[in-house]
Write a protein that binds this ligand. Structure first.
Ligand code: GLC
Length: 454
C-alpha cells in the first residue's frame, strides 16, 4: 500500500484527487435505491439511522435536494413518541436478517402506521449532520425552510432519548442492546452481554456472513444474545418504561452519550437559526456533561469507560470510544492531555508501531479483545477516524488530526470504500462500496472549519 506523502496526501496529482472524489460520489449514487441510499452495495439493503445521517451529509456535497430527501426518508420511520429507529425498511423484506417482520413493532402503541422499522435506536448523529448540511448549503433559503421543517422532529427525538432512556434523571442516556451503540460487538459490551442468559431464543437464520467472511463478523454467542434481547423487547411491546426497568442489558455508553452531547450542541445551533428556545437542550447538556465526567472518567487509567447500569459497574475496556469525549468537547484540558499523550499516541495502544501502520484501531492493540480484522474489535473505521480527527482539532492537536485524516484518505484511495480496514497493513474488510466511508471521503477532502464551541 502507498504511503501517504505529507502535503498532498495519497493524491499525487489534481487528477488523482478528482478521480477519487468522483468514485466517492458514484459509490453513493450507485447505492441509491430511490427513497434512500443503502449503507453498502450487498451487505445492508435497508436504511440505517446514523448511516442515513452521514449519507445525507455526503450527498449534500453535490446534491442538496437529494440530501434533504435522505433525511425526510429516515424521519418517515419516526415513532409516534419521537423515537427514530435504527433501521427503516422502506422496501419490504430482503435477504437481510433481521427483516421487517421479525421486530413485530405492531406490538407497540407508538409504532408508526404503515412503515416497517426496527424497535431499537442508534447514536443520534442526525442533528449534527443536518447542521453541517446547513452550514455548507448554497441554497440558503431552501436549507432554512428545511430546518424549519425537520427541527420539531429532531427535538422530539432528543427529548425521547432523555425521557425514555434516562427516566431516573442521571444525565446519561442508556442503551438496551449493543446494536444501539452502532458498534455492535465492541469489547466494552462483552461483560454486560455475557451476563445476559439467553433462553428460548426464537429460531432465526443469520445472514450476515453471506457476503462477508465469518472471522470479520460477530461471534455466535453474541448473536444468540442479540436475538434474545429483541425477543424480550417485542414481548414487552417496546414499552420504554419496561425496557428501561427490565432489560437485562442496560449500558450508559461513552460513544452514544458523546454523540448525543455533540448533537445537542448542533440542535441548539439549529434552534437559534430559526428562533426557537434552547433552554431545555442546554439543561440536557449541562447534566450530561456533569454525569459523563463524574461517572465515566477513570482517573487512575486516564480513560473514559462505559458504565453497566444494570450491574452498577464500570466496564474497564480500553477502546476507541474513550476518545469520543474529545469529539464532543466533554473533556477538560488535563483529561485531553492524558487521553492523547498516554493513550492515542502510545504505540502499544493506538499509535502505529512495527506491526501496525494505520490510525486509529477501534480497540487498543494491547487490549485482551483486540482482533485486527473483526468488526468493532480492532479494525479502523472511517467514521471513528472522522470523529477522532475533529476531537483532536478541537483541542488543538492539529498535526495529529492531519495524520488521522491522511491515514483515512490513504486507506480509501488505495483499497476503495470499505466498511473497515485492518490497521496492520490497511487491507480492506467487511462490506465493499460502503456508503458512509464514501460520504466521509467527501467530508475529509473538504472539511468544514470547526464551529465555535459553546
Ligand atoms: C452495522 C454497524 C452499524 C451500522 C450498520 C449499517 O450494524 O455496526 O453501525 O449502522 O452496520 O451500516
Amino acid at each position: 500500500m502507498e504511503e501517504a506523502a505529507p502535503g498532498n496526501g495519497p493524491f499525487p496529482t489534481e487528477d488523482a484527487l478528482a478521480e477519487f472524489l468522483e468514485r466517492a460520489r458514484t459509490t453513493l449514487t450507485a447505492n441509491d435505491v430511490g427513497d434512500f441510499v443503502k449503507p453498502g452495495r450487498y451487505q445492508y439493503p435497508h436504511q440505517w439511522n446514523w448511516d442515513a445521517a452521514l449519507v445525507a451529509m455526503g450527498l449534500s456535497h453535490f446534491d442538496e435536494a437529494r440530501a434533504r430527501k435522505e433525511v425526510r426518508s429516515l424521519l418517515r420511520g419516526q415513532w409516534l413518541d419521537g423515537m427514530i429507529p435504527h433501521v427503516v425498511y422502506h422496501n419490504g423484506s430482503s435477504d437481510y436478517f433481521p427483516g421487517p417482520d421479525f421486530w413485530e413493532i405492531e406490538q407497540s402503541v407508538a409504532a408508526p402506521p404503515g412503515v416497517h422499522t426496527s424497535g431499537l435506536i442508534q447514536p443520534p448523529l442526525l442533528a449534527t449532520c443536518v447542521r453541517r448540511m446547513h452550514r455548507r448549503a448554497h441554497d440558503r433559503e431552501a436549507s432554512l425552510d428545511f430546518i424549519r421543517e425537520v427541527y420539531p422532529a429532531l427535538l422530539r427525538w432528543h427529548r425521547w432519548l432523555h425521557r425514555a432512556r434516562d427516566p431516573e434523571g442521571t444525565g446519561l442516556v442508556a442503551i438496551v442492546h449493543p446494536w444501539e451503540s452502532g458498534t455492535d460487538n465492541a469489547a466494552r459490551f462483552v461483560q454486560a452481554l455475557m451476563q445476559v442468559t439467553p433462553s428460548q431464543v426464537p429460531a432465526y437464520q443469520r445472514r450476515d456472513s453471506r457476503h462477508v467472511s465469518e472471522e470479520e463478523r460477530p461471534q455466535h454467542a453474541d448473536y444468540e444474545r442479540f436475538v434474545y434481547l429483541i425477543d424480550r423487547f417485542r414481548h414487552w411491546g417496546y414499552d420504554p418504561e419496561i425496557m428501561y426497568a427490565r432489560s437485562p442489558f442496560l449500558v450508559q455508553d461513552t460513544l452514544f452519550n458523546a454523540v448525543a452531547y455533540q448533537a445537542h450542541e448542533d440542535l441548539i445551533a439549529l434552534a437559534e437559526e430559526i428562533g426557537e428556545p434552547t433552554s431545555e437542550i442546554e439543561r440536557w447538556r449541562f447534566r450530561l456533561r456533569r454525569a459523563y465526567n463524574n461517572k465515566l472518567w477513570d482517573d487512575e487509567e486516564g480513560l473514559y469507560f462505559a458504565y453497566d447500569a444494570r450491574h452498577h459497574q464500570a466496564v474497564r475496556e480500553n477502546g476507541v470510544a474513550t476518545f469520543m469525549a474529545l469529539y464532543a468537547g466533554l473533556a477538560d484540558r488535563a483529561q485531553a492531555e492524558v487521553l492523547v499523550g498516554a493513550h492515542l499516541e502510545n504505540p502499544e495502544e493506538y499509535a502505529p508501531d512495527a506491526h501496525s501502520r494505520f490510525r486509529v484501531p477501534s480497540q487498543a492493540k494491547n487490549n485482551y479483545f483486540y482482533e485486527p480484522r473483526r468488526y468493532w474489535r480492532g479494525p479502523v473505521w472511517i467514521l471513528i477516524n472522522w470523529m477522532v480527527m475533529q476531537g483532536l482539532e478541537r483541542y488543538g492537536y492539529r498535526e495529529l488530526a492531519e495524520q488521522v485524516r491522511q491515514d483515512s484518505l490513504a486507506l480509501m484511495a488505495s483499497a476503495g470504500f470499505f466498511e473497515y480496514y485492518d490497521p496492520r497493513d490497511g487491507t480492506p474488510a467487511g462490506a465493499s462500496d460502503f456508503s458512509w466511508s464514501a460520504a466521509l471521503a467527501l467530508e475529509l477532502v473538504e472539511p468544514l472549519p470547526l464551529a465555535a464551541a459553546r
